[in-house]
Design a protein around this ligand. Structure first.
Ligand SMILES: *[C@@H]1O[C@H](CO)[C@@H](O)[C@H](O)[C@H]1NC(C)=O
Ligand SMILES: *[C@@H]1O[C@H](CO)[C@@H](O)[C@H](O)[C@H]1NC(C)=O
Ligand SMILES: *[C@@H]1O[C@H](CO)[C@@H](O)[C@H](O)[C@H]1NC(C)=O
Length: 965
């Protein structure tokens, strides 16, 4: 590549990207890394490796430990980074970025160069395998790898090389002028599960944390300062939920399957249209992946005699070929909505300095004939290049009389242009990523004599990939014409032009404290507003706390921002995102245009201010504004979570309690969602709760066709009673299965007992004793009621933390006795009815029988009263322990909450908080979901509000745990 200096600021630099295995938890220093056709081997062990790209220049060193810890918590074993050679050797540089496409373009010389690079790399003897992204002809021993949104169909060029996915795109970059792309977590997880089920053994998320293009290091032309990438860790270093959590759950499921994955190739079967089953069966392990590729329909797959429900466009993972522990389309992790809140320290107090248009006869300009390519002149020392020329206008020009100025037309290769005539801004124009070229065409005001034409051409990034960079021009390359003169059109293209790199303020280093003292700044009523080429400065104190910070630049146009001399990047909120955003389904093949947000808003409004660049006080903030803006509208904001939500389904596969499932002790575990706020926040408000079929997404949920109307009250009540909740468990459920057993199966069962009983006793001379009158028949309703009682109570439950264990036994007694009384009454009634109906009896017997009936009825009524008395021991709540599916469950029927019981809601408080509150939800209902969202707010000071946990409540939790063991 000839133009060496041109490729300095590139997205990523690699020809051969050595997998940098930064072992997060490695204890031994020496390790051997090799590979075979299945996977990378570490110390002779095949491994499924999960990696994530975190680019070191896109965050501050102070953020790295936290980012790496979050990556580890998210289930990653590898951190990947490109080497940003432009940062290490700013000039001259060299471009090496996905060389494959260049080689296709230029042919033999490209192949020769690639081979030279391979020999050089292998010759280094690093002791670890080398890989080449997208290099299909990578010679041995180099592993060729895949980059893309999906890579399941990729195969390496030799069957003894492992199948590796070096860039699994988690989202896409934002461009100035474009909307913000996002990729649904369900589809990302789906693509990874498909890759793994098709022999994949290494995956690297690009990006796991995208970060920020600080300074002028755009990732390419027109790429925004934010390089957030919709990554699992957001630009600010906060978890992006549910993406981070959903991938964490996916990684758990993959790790559980690892023994089978590394020791067998999959056997593939197709149980139906769009359905696929992959089974990895080795001697000692078995893992299965069940896939439904249909974009609209859910499917049921019968696999090894069990049935599995698969939502559209999803894969379920069964690490033991039995239990589905994860489905890519069922998100268990919480959804967090982030918000930007202005810090309270007040508005900035600004001073301004007006830069000025340069003219051709200024001292430090450089003259040439004709128009020069911009980067060739600036050498990227600045975004700005002045193109300066003079235009002589004769006094007899017609336009001077009729007032209609001539039209100046400037054709530029990009990227933005400001036109000054005699020092006055005449207009601006800019291109876009898909077409960086621009044309400025406007009537301009010229006067008789010499006119100064000053064109300020602005670069926004350097190209990031592809071949023939020498053809990628920037700047005013012409033609430049003036139309509407007496002579017609005057072509200015080839006349004498003068050049000046950068703005005057840049030359004076106005972005630094020392440089800024070299000019006079004005303030108050003299403060420049909506003026082009203006510098603004102020100082501010760092806000307390650890929340990430940003500048809200929405009142500004385009320029650059520095804090304490460090550039936080280019701002360009004046560039509004074009396009139609609409809604986006996770199902169906994803591309970077499919899911977009922010249409009609600034492409980028907020600009990350790293905490570590701030001092406690006196931070020096400088804004260079090209277009003109209102600096008083700039504010410092902190990024926090505003709302957290969870939306979960019964039958949702979960890795939680995997050991229970695997042990065979239970066949189903209750899925649970966990809601948590950041440090220093507490749950302040429940915004929405629906047990049923809620619709919508986090922030805009609404009730669906099925909704328990007390869902909200139950949660609200707990919050009222425990304003400083740390952990709340909200299993919301309704065991339909149990109720169905009670009402359908029990009568059948009892009837068959009854039939058995009369077969053996054919002694009755007349008609057989009917079922209704038998004690089998009499058991029917009481059993139904008893079971329903437990089922419904299990389902619906609201607990006040104080009263748990005291009421366990009375509740059991009450329920049992009530059922027994009902049984006696039924049986007695059946016996007597039968007697009256079939026995041939005289009047005396009839009277005696009738009084016995009455007597028995009274006795049974008395028993009923006793049962009630037992129950009366707890006027507030009925409580019971019951064992269902091997788990001990606390069960309460609250007097005030019968409605909740009926519909199924229960809540259990575990502890009280000072910082970081967690709300846990689980549910128990078929094909119904539950949604709970909570509104966290801050606690000040965080440590002073701890409240001791009630005793009774903790006991309940401990008992429950003991039973599980
Ligand atoms: C997995 O790899 C084996 C061996 O290369 C191959 O035979 C098989 O077709 C692959 N299976 C899938 C699903 O890609
Ligand atoms: C860059 O500038 C040099 C002179 O400094 C000139 O020789 C060369 O042709 C220019 N290249 C382009 C692409 O304009
Ligand atoms: C009624 O029948 C019982 C035997 O079934 C007998 O002992 C009794 O004397 C009878 N009473 C009358 C009034 O017939």
């Amino acid at each position: 590549m000839g133009s060496m200096w041109k490729m300095l600021r590139i997205k990523r630099l690699l020809l051969l990207s050595a997998a940098l295995f930064l072992w997060v938890c490695s204890s031994s220093v020496t390790a051997s890394v090799t590979y075979d056709g299945k996977s990378i081997l570490i110390n002779g062990q095949r491994r499924i490796l999960i990696s994530g790209s975190i680019h070191y220049p896109r965050s501050t060193p102070e953020m790295w430990p936290d980012l790496i810890q979050k990556a580890k918590d998210g289930g990653l074993n590898v951190i990947q980074t490109y080497v940003f050679w432009n940062g290490h050797e700013p000039s001259p540089g060299q471009i090496e970025n996905e060389y494959g496409p260049v080689e296709w373009e230029i042919g033999a010389p490209g192949t020769a160069y690639m081979k030279w690079a391979v020999n050089m790399a292998v010759g280094l003897g690093t002791g670890v395998p080398w890989i080449m992204c997208k290099q299909e002809d990578a010679p041995d021993p180099i592993i060729d790898t895949c980059n893309g949104f999906y890579c399941e169909d990729f195969t390496p060029n030799k069957n003894y090389k492992p199948k590796m996915w070096t860039e699994a795109w988690t989202g896409w970059y934002t461009e100035f002028g474009g909307p913000i792309p996002y990729r649904p977590a369900e589809d990302l997880a789906f693509s990874v599960a498909r890759f793994i089920q098709n022999n994949g053994s290494f995956i690297n998320y690009y990006m796991y944390h995208g970060g920020t293009n600080f300074g002028r290091t755009a990732a390419g032309l027109f790429i925004a300062t934010s390089y957030d990438y919709d990554a699992p860790i957001d630009e600010y270093g906060l978890l992006r939920e549910p993406k981070w959590g959903h991938l964490r759950d996916l990684h758990k499921a993959i790790k559980l399957s690892e023994p089978a994955l590394v020791s067998a190739y999959p056997t593939v079967t197709w149980p139906g249209k769009n359905l696929e089953v992959h089974v990895f069966q080795s001697k000692s392990a078995c893992a299965a992946f069940l896939a439904n590729y249909d974009t609209n329909s859910a499917a049921k797959i019968t696999f090894q005699n069990a049935q599995y429900d698969l939502p559209p466009w999803s894969v379920s993972i069964l690490p033991d070929c039995k239990n589905a522990v994860f489905n890519t389309a069922r998100v268990s992790s919480q959804i967090s909505q982030m918000k930007m809140t202005p810090v309270s320290s007040g508005a900035f107090s600004w001073q301004s300095y007006s830069d000025e248009a340069v003219s051709a006869d200024d001292s430090d300009t450089y003259a040439a004939n004709g128009l020069l390519e911009q980067i060739n002149v600036t050498r990227d020392a600045s975004d700005y290049l002045w193109y300066l020329t003079d235009v002589n206008i004769q006094p007899n020009e017609g336009f001077l009389k009729n007032g209609q100025g001539p039209v100046l037309t400037v054709m530029s290769a990009g990227h933005a242009l400001h036109v000054f005539i005699n020092g006055q801004l005449s207009g601006s124009s800019y291109g876009a990523l898909e077409n960086p070229k621009l044309t400025f065409s406007n009537n301009v005001k010229l006067r008789a004599g010499i006119n100064k034409i000053s064109l300020l051409s602005v670069a926004v990034g350097l190209p990031n990939g592809g071949s023939h960079y020498e053809t990628w021009n920037t700047g005013v390359l012409g033609p430049v014409t003036l139309k509407g003169l007496n002579e017609g059109t005057r072509d200015l293209t080839n006349q004498k032009w003068s050049y000046k790199v950068g703005l005057k303020g840049e030359g004076l280093s106005l972005n630094t404290l020392s440089g800024s003292s070299s000019v006079e700044w004005v303030e108050g009523s003299l403060l420049a507003q909506k003026q082009p080429l203006t510098w603004y400065k102020t100082t501010f104190n760092a806000p307390g706390g650890n929340d990430p910070l940003a500048l809200d630049m929405s009142s500004m146009g385009k320029g650059q921002v520095w804090i304490n001399g460090e550039s936080i990047g280019r701002h360009w909120p004046g560039y509004i995102a074009r396009g139609n955003c609409g809604s986006c389904s996770y199902a169906g093949t994803f591309n970077e245009k499919k899911c977009l947000s922010n249409c009609g808003e600034s492409s980028q409004r907020w600009y990350h201010v790293p905490r570590s660049w701030l001092k406690p006080s006196g931070n020096f903030l400088v804004v260079l504004e090209e277009w003109g803006g209102d600096p008083t509208g700039i504010s410092l904001v902190r990024r926090t979570s505003g709302s957290v939500c969870a939306d979960i389904y019964e039958g949702q596969p979960t890795t939680k309690n995997w050991h229970l499932l695997a042990s065979g002790k239970v066949d189903k575990v209750q899925p649970k969602a966990q809601l948590s706020c950041a440090q220093g926040q507490k749950i302040s408000q429940i915004k929405f709760a629906s047990y049923g079929l809620p619709q919508g997404t986090c922030g805009s949920f609404h009730e669906g066709s099925c909704h328990a109307h007390k869902s909200y009250d139950a949660l609200e009540k707990v919050l009222e009673e425990n304003p400083h909740l740390r952990h709340v468990m909200v299993p919301v459920g309704f065991t339909l299965t149990t109720a169905v057993v009670a009402w359908l199966v029990i009568p059948l069962l009892l009837k068959s007992y009854y039939n058995e009983s009369i077969k053996g006793t054919q002694v009755t001379p007349s008609a057989p004793f009917p079922y209704k009158a038998s004690y089998w028949g009499a058991l029917e309703d009481p059993l139904r009621c008893l079971i329903s009682f437990f089922a419904l109570s299990l389902a619906g439950y609201l607990i006040a933390p104080l009263i748990v264990s005291n009421y366990v036994l009375p509740a059991w007694k009450g329920a049992m006795m009530a059922s027994f009384v009902l049984f006696l009454q039924r049986w007695k009634r059946g016996v007597f009815a039968h007697a009256f109906a079939v026995m041939v009896i005289n009047e005396t017997d009839r009277t005696n029988l009738a009084s016995l009936d009455t007597l028995l009825s009274n006795a049974i009524f008395g028993l009923g009263l006793l049962a009630l008395a037992a129950a009366a021991g707890f006027s507030m709540l009925y409580i019971a322990w019951i064992t269902i599916a091997g788990e001990l469950v606390v069960l309460l029927v609250g007097k005030d909450n019968l409605q909740n019981v009926k519909y199924g809601c229960y809540l259990r408080t575990l502890e009280l908080v000072q910082v970081g509150d967690i709300l846990q939800i689980s549910y128990h209902k078929m094909n119904c979901g539950v949604v709970v969202s909570a509104h966290p707010s801050r606690i000040f000071p965080p440590s002073s509000s701890a409240v001791p946990a009630p005793r009774g409540y903790k006991e309940a939790a401990i008992k429950s745990l003991n039973m599980k063991r």
